[in-house]
Design a binder for this molecule. Structure first.
Ligand SMILES: [Zn+2]
Length: 361
């Protein structure tokens, strides 16, 4: 353990370069190149660390068309890889996470009436939240029509087609809660996104997110770069790798106060992710995987159509004894060990922030 602690957090070393695009957080024009990545066969780009705010991002960034193509290919790749059984299990896991989150709000005397989830996937996290707060009205925002249709038909949510980077004036001041789970690592301009979320919230509203610990998430690409000198493969569009302190500072600057902020899940840290220079932890060298070919396969994919009641037909999901649902969900998903994200260890960063009303752009 002592050996590990001495090496954490590891320091990246790369060559100093002039960026093609300024840092989206602090506008810095120089950067440290820590890896080269291929986003499918769509674009070759660099992972650049900002010497001022420590944010790591793609330079140049993917544009909307590139992102859409790669995301769609990834969606299909994941669908083919996981299979239906596993997807249904994931729905239930997300439902339980929503239950745990809902009760954590309840304990703080927070009862949201209008919620907006950005990039909801299956929508089951919000369904779990709704189990705790039956009166809540959920809206979801996504760019993918499959996701939008599923959420409307399966959950009856209000649906909005869009991306978090683009401000939608109709949504201003409408929500008590905005949820972005595994979203902010994908967005082009995090500064804009946080400004928009802040505007969508009512005064005193809450913002909940989870996102990978950037330091650990980027480690595999860094290793490929230092061991092979080649580009690594970026199949999922993680275009932001957050530094724990940098993200917190940005949230505060964007008009949020910290309610909860911590990292959890140290399984990968203990295996060396984020600090050990071990070739086994490398991201594969890029094969420039063909996104278009995968998209052509999509035609053969059957639509998923299992009813919600069947998916949630579990002994512990009981509307008349919600405490059973809560305790079982807590048992499955509670993270006992929590560390401040400022240390940049752990697998994921979890945040709950409150709109303070004085954004400082
Ligand atoms: Zn910066």
């Amino acid at each position: 353990m002592k050996k590990i602690l001495g090496k954490i957090p590891a320091v990246f070393s790369g060559k100093l370069i002039k960026r093609e695009e300024n840092c989206r957080i602090c506008d810095e024009t120089s950067g440290e190149q820590i890896a080269v990545v291929d986003y499918w066969n769509i674009k070759t780009s660099r992972l650049v660390k900002c010497p001022v705010c420590n944010h790591i991002q793609l330079d140049p960034m993917l544009n909307e068309t590139e992102t859409a193509k790669g995301c769609f290919a990834y969606y299909i790749e994941e669908f083919l890889r996981t299979g239906k059984e596993e997807q249904l299990k994931n729905h239930v896991r997300n439902f339980r996470r929503g239950v745990v989150f809902g009760y954590s709000l309840k304990r703080k005397n927070i009862s949201p009436r209008y919620g907006l989830e950005l990039g909801p996937g299956s929508g089951y996290f919000s369904a779990g939240l709704m189990f705790v707060f039956p009166g809540i009205e959920i809206s979801i925002m996504d760019v993918n029509m499959d996701v939008i249709d599923f959420n409307r038909e399966h959950h009856n949510y209000e649906v909005i087609q869009g991306i978090p980077d683009n401000f939608i004036a109709d949504l201003a001041g409408k929500f008590d809660l905005v949820i972005a789970r595994d979203i902010i690592e994908h967005v082009t301009d995090i500064s804009k996104v946080l400004t928009n979320i802040n505007l969508y919230l009512k005064p005193g509203g809450y913002f909940h997110f989870i996102t990978p610990n950037g330091h650990e998430d980027v480690w595999k690409h860094y290793l490929t770069s230092i061991f092979t000198g080649s580009a690594s493969e970026l199949l999922i569009n993680h275009v932001n790798y957050y530094d724990g302190t940098g993200l917190k500072n940005l949230l505060i600057r964007k008009g949020f106060d910290t309610v909860e902020y911590y990292t959890y899940n140290f399984k990968y840290t203990l295996r060396g992710s984020g600090w050990e220079k071990n070739q086994k932890l490398m991201s594969p060298v890029s094969k420039r995987t063909d996104a278009g070919m995968l998209i052509n396969k999509a035609a053969g994919i059957p639509a998923t159509g299992t009813a919600k009641e069947n998916i949630l037909h579990k002994w512990y999901i009981q509307k008349k004894a919600k405490w059973i649902t809560y305790l079982y969900s807590l048992y499955q998903h509670f993270s006992l060990i929590r560390i401040s994200p400022e240390f940049n260890v752990g697998h994921e960063i979890r945040g709950l922030y409150k709109k303070s009303g004085h954004a400082n752009n």
